[in-house]
Design a protein around this ligand. Structure first.
Ligand code: SF4
Length: 130
């Protein structure tokens, strides 16, 4: 699994857990909601738990051991990025440190220009004609 895909899955899991609130959500419900396989999901949950965004509480559900996943206060402290901004290619680009430090010019980047041209929402919000 590429880092970009893992990052997207992490964000989607965090959204689901955040929405579940204090009562939490069973792991299996996360897999079903996001259509991800339990082995990959389990690995990501362990990573998120190690980072302090979630806690997993062991429970027995219908005779099987599983976990309820609950958000931590750290998860609620995370700044949410509006969905339109999540589509910016720079967030998933290995060159971001070079662009942000001025070694590359974002305006010469095909990925960035293509996103800018395709994003009607961004153009509208900054007042650029379509
Ligand atoms: S402008 Fe292009 S090269 Fe630079 S970080 Fe964004 S996508 Fe990557």
């Amino acid at each position: 699994m590429s880092k970009e895909i893992a990052d997207v899955i992490e964000r989607r899991i965090l959204d689901v857990v955040r929405k579940a609130g204090e009562k939490g959500i069973l792991q299996r419900e996360i897999w079903a909601k996001l259509s991800i396989d339990s082995r990959k999901g389990h690995r990501i949950l362990k990573h998120l738990e190690a980072q302090g965004y979630i806690e997993r509480i062991p429970v027995t559900y219908r005779g099987r051991r599983t976990y309820i996943v609950k958000p931590t206060s750290k998860l609620f402290a995370v700044v949410r990025i509006p969905p339109v901004l999540e589509e910016i290619p720079c967030f998933y680009c290995e060159h971001l440190p070079h662009c942000s430090s001025g070694y590359r010019d974002p305006l010469s980047c095909e990925k960035f220009i293509a996103w800018l041209k395709a994003s009607k929402t961004v153009r509208a919000s900054v007042g650029v004609a379509t």
